[in-house]
Design a protein around this ligand. Sequence first.
Ligand code: GLU
Ligand code: MG
Length: 467
Amino acid sequence: MTTLADPVPGGRPDDLKRVTALAAELAADGVHGIVLAYVDTAGIGRVKTVPTARLEAAVAWGVGMSPVFDTFLADDSIVSTDVLGSPDGDLRLYPDLDQLVSLAGQPGWAWAPVDRITQEGERHPGCTRTFLRRIVADAAERHGLAFKAAVEIEWAVGLGSAPGGEFVPAVSGPAYGAVRQVELSDYVADLLAAFAAQGVEVGQIHPEYAAGQFEVSVGALDPVAAADRSVLVRQTIRAVAQRHQLKVSFAPAFLAEGVGNGGHLHLSAWRDGVNLHSGGEGRYGMRAEAESFVAGVLAHLPALTAVTAPSPASYLRLKPSRWAGVFTAWGRETREAALRIVTGTTGRQDQDANMEIKPVDLAANPYLALGCVIAAGLDGMTASRPLPEEVTGDPARYGQEEAAARGVERLPASLQQAVREFRADGVLRAALGPVLADAVTAVRLGESAAVDGLDDAQVAAAYRWKY
Ligand code: GLU
Ligand code: MG
């Protein structure tokens, strides 16, 4: 379980007790520097690094970084809100020692996610990791709930030697194909070794549908740790690829046409050690609270899209009949509904049952995405929101009337439309607080303006190597 305690100037007492020995151990293992990682509002991974000898100081006093990154866009231009985006001010980055790992794909480096606090030691309202920690802590205190989460990672593997910003698939074999598995045998084996060395529990890894595409799924953790892990997994995939002269894209649409990269979220709610998605009287074993939780997520999906699909490129991926889940519908193991109920196999259901949220990609800041999805689910649970009828098959086949009768709606087809839904959603805005909610709006509108006049191929190219 991730520590839910905020960093404090002078350092968290538990961290101070162990950091000297930890830094000595890292240095003895040949670790020269620590990557301090976070994800900005636009979904871009940003870092500072410190030499290993400075880890102790970083744990006690943090490392400085401007808050301006909260309103950075993917192309590094800057928008602003009434409180963010100014060149003034500084924040302190505090590494979470529980999540610190030596990077097997980057010898000489270790990695840790950070929380950001003000120089006065206050929570920074724009810190997305702090936001998720607060959502998880509140759910535990006010509702007695815990969560397990995992982020599926899809990525496209291209040749490092490809000209300019082009994507040239590094494999030619078919989807899920044995040929493709052999073509990248050494790369994937090195990747598995790196994950194992870093303590990342891999469920499975396979060649996916699109050209050059692969997918890895990892074990479920508490939401903060799951978000951290999704960042670490991508850092590892990228680093190992580089050592094989390969280049990877996590962009929602690495090409303008065809199936894109998803970042499906898996989430389950637990009370007193019991999985609420299993062993109940509701549909597919869901307990009443789990049904309402799923109903809450379903109801907020159009607005959630602004958080889970935050890039103009996200809307090249979010098309019907591409397994991205673009309709407000749920179903058991239904891959075209936005919400897929996963029961797990007989004998594992009490552990494995969960919901999968499909209209999520890897441009999404995972802390924002998980925090907002949990807030939406809790809204449904506290209102005992009823879960509508399930849908089977592809909702794209419904005519207008049938879709309306079933309450099946197409999710936003553009970032502007998603922002309109988000702005009208008081529950999500309240959960985020005004500073983060305004940052999300400003950054999404900024991204949207940045691609004004570009065609689909240009949009895909603009975001291909950013995430
Ligand atoms: N690549 C698909 C997406 O964009 C998902 C494929 C799958 O079901 O794993 O979400
Ligand atoms: Mg997949």
